[in-house]
Unconditional design. Structure first.
Lengths: 204, 204, 204
């Protein structure tokens, strides 16, 4: 449990870093605006999951360490700004790691609430992508959901993969690590080979 | 009660169909994005109502049949895509039926929470229109609320009409059917004669 | 307590007035749309705070006087429309007063929930600015958060100022009035001298 908690804080910081970088390229250019967007990006998905489930108190309201992770992320983004923009591949891996961890943690939390597995997978995906969606809505971007690359769908597939492993009785930590690797691998392959989902309207 | 439940599932499917069609004309073009938007359109309004009222668990989280209705709606939208776009008048009637049913069901639910009738009417309107509003925000459209045609206002008027019937002691099923017919009739007349609300600032 | 309640209703009406004026300049031009936007502007921030804290029932659902304040604000906006647009400085003071009062009331409410002071300051800021942010998202404006002028940051600073006074043991009513004056003064100075926050990326 301790390792998972540390991973959650690290994932939060990764999301804050990516939020700060996106914010600074767009509308919010001062320290306050960038921090605000980093904060929304990091806590938006988990907050939406908890509000939909009725799980109170929200994680970041209960545990001030989440705030410290976000602030650390913003400072890191500021110090290593040039470096981070240059090594976009590193950032891409960090972001995908954040998505992967939030997906599985969110799915687990929803399962603990006794919801249907399909709903749990949606909650896992929401945890991982909704922070970015809210960020995009606030900064007037096309939400990340609807860009061409696979993003939310891979999170959703990872949640289903995890639930499948649980279903066949795999040990929890094994399921956790395998599902994270699954999401990482699929996303790397999807971006490398520019995979896209079939266009709607195929049946017509 | 059984008939109302079936109506609710049918209304959900209608909203999913209209969400899928709108999504496909705009930003989300693949199966995943279209399904996502159909889902948001169908559950957004009811979820907002329940979150504002503090009514947990949310309907679609408790009852997996809502998800099946949405998926059925997306498949129907795909199979009958050309047909549905061609017969826009049919779609318009289905959409208005969905709005009417969600308005009355939402108003009833709020009344059961013991809120002021004015608040209940707002909750009925939110149930019916907020899914579409969230869809429009996510796809960068002008929210349906602010387009010229009467839409949310007719839902609100229908909720007040229902509450008026309840107030004078009408039998519940009679109020339900009369209010649905009221919303349908007013909307058909409003669109046919291009009725609009008086412009703000009249008093100046 | 009585005076604070009256101030809250007055603050709500101020927010409704400013919401109605903004709405009428933009997308929503009829009475219904303008009232809807005024309503969202007035109740959005407090609702978000209460939903995040899990504080039910929401204030405006419990107390119908909030609705009457909003309606009064819309009527006032309509009658004095020309006057209000002409005397933008008066409006600016009213808006800042609304922001100040909502900030402190929201911070107090969060503290009463036993959250960390940093979280309480965020909740105070959310109470004051999120109604305007939601309004801007719905009307396709750049959210007020990211415009150049200091706005949310002054609300946040005011909340911290209030918490500092509480920390050193100041009498509550004194803290309340001093914090309101602090927010007013800082905002007037910030706008007069066009103060802005330091640009992000300073460390690079």
């Amino acid at each position: 449990m301790k390792i998972q908690y540390i991973l959650e804080l690290v994932g939060t910081a990764f999301f804050a870093i990516s939020g700060a970088l996106v914010a600074n390229e767009k509308s919010a250019k001062d320290w306050f605006g960038v921090t605000f967007i980093a904060f929304i990006t990091a806590i938006g998905g988990g907050s939406m999951r908890d509000i939909l489930l009725g799980s109170y108190p929200l994680v970041w309201i209960k545990d001030i360490n989440i705030m410290y992770s976000i602030m650390a992320g913003v400072v890191v983004a500021s110090i290593f700004y040039g470096y981070l923009l240059k090594f976009r591949k590193t950032m891409f891996l960090f972001d995908t790691l954040g998505v992967a961890m939030f997906t599985i943690i969110g799915t687990e939390k929803a399962i603990a609430f006794g919801v249907n597995p399909l709903i749990a997978a949606i909650m896992g995906m929401f945890s991982a992508v909704m922070g970015g969606v809210i960020r995009d809505v606030l900064t007037n971007e096309t939400p990340i959901l609807f860009r061409k690359e696979l993003y939310a769908s891979i999170s959703f597939a990872g949640a289903l993969f995890y639930l499948g492993l649980e279903y066949i009785g795999a040990i929890r930590n094994v399921s956790f690590i395998l599902s994270i690797l699954f999401i990482l691998a699929v996303r790397v392959v999807a971006v490398k080979y520019k995979l896209t989902f079939p266009h709607f309207r195929r049946f017509t």
